[in-house]
Every structure is written in structure tokens, then in C-alpha cells.
Design a binder for this molecule. Structure first.
Ligand SMILES: *Cc1c(COP(=O)(O)O)cnc(C)c1O
Length: 212
């Protein structure tokens, strides 16, 4: 494994303002430790149970980002420690995050996932629904809605990817209160950064291909 080398190849190209989330889903703890020992502190997982297991054994200064779809009944398992939840896509989910964050007497940072891909995807709210989601969560004192997250279409068409990122950036720019724009993965993070991303979620370019 060349995790350390992969990390520095990516980080050397990044501006200081871009936060790198190392997406470690499906990868064993020894791989996460290799990244940790190379200085990486922010890890992204897409399954709550897997993230909890890794949190239990990894050093405590790791910041955990839940980047996958979240089922409401599982929020309680990560509420004691999760730093960011990227893919918030409903008012009911925000309500549950608020409830569990309050129980743990902490604040959880959330990003609202916007559906920007042209292809059929189940996840994310539509741009016009954002206002209502923000309005509904105004009284939620244990949630910080720090920005937006989006995934571009799985396509080789770079122009399409770019236009989807542009769309998300234009929505992001309408709100003074946002500070995080989470967009870009292994295959498209350079385009995402050119279009204004300041948080990229990179897995396979760091840890190698995933086989399951
Ligand atoms: C898996 C995943 C990533 C990372 O994907 P790579 O292509 O391996 O970089 C980023 N974001 C989300 C939401 C993911 O599920």
C-alpha cells in the first residue's frame, strides 16, 4: 500500500482552504492508521455501524464524517462523536439529529445534500426545497448547518460534471451563512475545486480500489 504517498500526492496539489476527507469505507483499520500516521485526521465513512467500530479503536483526535445516506433510527449510535453529517436530506432526519445531539449535549455539524446529478438518484433534496429545510431547522440549537454537499453524475462527460458542480456552487453562494461546500471525489475533485469546492471526499485515490 502506498497510502502515505497517495495522500501527499493529493495534498501537495490542494490549496490550504480545501479540507480533505479521507474516505475509508470498507478499508481495514490498519489502512486508516497508515493515513493517520501520515498526518490525516479527518475520515469519512458511509455506514454508521462501520464508523462506530472504527471510532472505538482509532485515536480519539480523529474527526469522523458520515458521508452516506443516514437512517433516522441509527443516528443515536454516532451522535456521541460524529463531527459532520454530509448527506442530510430531510426535515425529519434533522429533527432526529437535533434530538440525539441534545441528548449528548453537543453540536453536530450538518451539510444538506442537494440532488444535482442529472441521472436518477434517490438521495438529496431538490434545490427549491432548501429554503424550507433551513427554515424548519432554525430552532435546532444542537445542529449547525454549515453548508451543502452534492455528488455529480457518474459520467465521463467532464462538461456535465462541471455544470452540476456549478449549479451547487450557485446555490451555496446565495447563503451568507454557509462555509462548507462538500463536492468532489477521486474522479472529479480537481473539477470540483475549480468550481469552488472547499471540502473533497476522496477514497480510492488514497486507499486504493474498493472490491466490495
Ligand atoms: C465512497 C464515497 C466517496 C469517495 O469515493 P471515491 O471515488 O473512492 O473517492 C465520496 N463521497 C461519497 C458520498 C461516497 O459514498
Amino acid at each position: 500500500m502506498k497510502i502515505k504517498e497517495n495522500l501527499s500526492l493529493i495534498k501537495d496539489k490542494l490549496n490550504k482552504n480545501v479540507i480533505l476527507v479521507a474516505v475509508s469505507k470498507t478499508k481495514p483499520v490498519k489502512d486508516l492508521l497508515e493515513a493517520y500516521n501520515a498526518g490525516q485526521r479527518i475520515f469519512g465513512e458511509n455506514k454508521i455501524q462501520e464508523m462506530v467500530s472504527k471510532w472505538e479503536v482509532m485515536p480519539k483526535d480523529v474527526k469522523w464524517h458520515m458521508i452516506g445516506h443516514v437512517q433516522r433510527n441509527k443516528v443515536k449510535y454516532m451522535a456521541p462523536f460524529v463531527d459532520y453529517i454530509h448527506a442530510v436530506d430531510s426535515i425529519r432526519l434533522l429533527g432526529e439529529i437535533q434530538k440525539q445531539a441534545e441528548k449528548n449535549n453537543r453540536q453536530i455539524k450538518c451539510l444538506i445534500q442537494i440532488r444535482i446529478a442529472k441521472e436518477e438518484t434517490k438521495f438529496g433534496i431538490l434545490p427549491h426545497e432548501l429554503e424550507l429545510v433551513l427554515e424548519s431547522s432554525k430552532s435546532y440549537n444542537n445542529i449547525l448547518i454549515e453548508g451543502l454537499m452534492g455528488m455529480a453524475s457518474f459520467t465521463k462527460d467532464k462538461n456535465q460534471i462541471r455544470s452540476e458542480f456549478k449549479l451547487l456552487k450557485s446555490i451555496y453562494d446565495k447563503y451568507q451563512s454557509f462555509k462548507i461546500l462538500s463536492m468532489g471525489m477521486s474522479g472529479d475533485y480537481s473539477i470540483a475545486i475549480e468550481e469552488g469546492s472547499n471540502m473533497i471526499r476522496v477514497g480510492s485515490k488514497i486507499f486504493g480500489e474498493r472490491f466490495y
